[in-house]
Design a protein around this ligand. Structure first.
Ligand code: 8X3
Length: 248
């Protein structure tokens, strides 16, 4: 039977690559995002298996309407909570409140609202939820407080949701990538393509296709296997030590 995935943030990066991966694997793809032109281009590329829907994750009331889709689109087997963004790196007192709020609204509030709205559908289909967290949920770094905080929320929300969903057959996974070269850093730097290029230069970052393939693998494991959390990094990214301030 044809399965259906709903992907948030399908207009770029991991969301877009996942839309392609699941469409080529024979799934129906509900592609949501803010940018109508990109959604249209994706739908043109993927054909009838794709339903493009213009949705802003910050508009909670609009997210609720996604639970009202009629068959076959309404029979959702997998919710891929991919939409998310990082405010600029820096101290929160120096960062515009609106930018911090947008990240919290998108990464946390929107994700919870959409998950809440779709839960009855997912329980009905014994489906799955895959949430995009980050290595930032686990490893602190300077200037990432709000972004990392939202991603730690996503990780813990995923694990706790598993408790609430015990006995329903619904699987929940937190995917936690390190450096993936997408538009993520261009957004984080306020559109500075050169800064993004510099961050990923000469280090062989992961690609959106790497993560989409991982999501595909997680989604297609046997129904009795639940990946709780899955952390990935490029081989060239690892860990630094603690910062220690010494008295002079
Ligand atoms: C972002 C991962 O490693 O670029 O989610 O901070 S990293």
């Amino acid at each position: 039977m044809t399965k259906t995935i709903l992907i948030t943030g399908a207009t770029a990066g991991i969301g877009e690559a996942s839309a392609r991966r699941f469409a080529s694997g024979g799934w129906r793809v509900i592609a949501t995002g803010r940018r109508a032109d990109r959604l249209r281009a994706l739908a043109d590329e993927l054909g009838d298996c794709c339903l493009p829907l213009e949705i802003d994750m910050r508009v909670v009331e609009a997210l609720g309407t996604l639970a009202e889709l009629s068959a076959p689109w309404g029979e959702i087997d997998l919710l891929l909570n991919n939409a998310g963004l990082a405010p600029p790196m820096g101290s929160i007192s120096d960062t515009d409140w609106g930018l911090l709020e947008t990240a919290i609204d998108t990464n946390v509030t929107g994700l919870v609202a959409l998950t809440r709205a779709l839960l009855p559908r997912l329980i009905e289909s014994k489906g799955a939820i895959i949430n995009l967290s980050s290595v930032a949920a686990t490893y602190p770094y300077r200037g990432g407080a709000v972004y990392a905080g939202t991603k730690a929320f996503v990780r813990q929300f995923s694990l706790d949701l598993r408790c609430d969903l015990a006995g329903t057959g619904v699987r929940v996974t937190s995917i936690e990538p390190g450096m993936v070269e997408t538009e993520f850093t261009i957004v984080r730097t306020g559109g500075d393509k050169a800064a993004s290029d510099a961050l990923y230069s000469n280090m062989d970052p992961m690609t959106s296709v790497d993560i989409a393939e991982t999501i595909w693998w997680v989604a297609n494991l046997p129904a009795h296997v639940n990946i709780n959390t899955l952390e990935l990094m490029p081989t060239s990214q690892s860990f630094a030590g603690f910062a220690v301030e010494r008295k002079t």
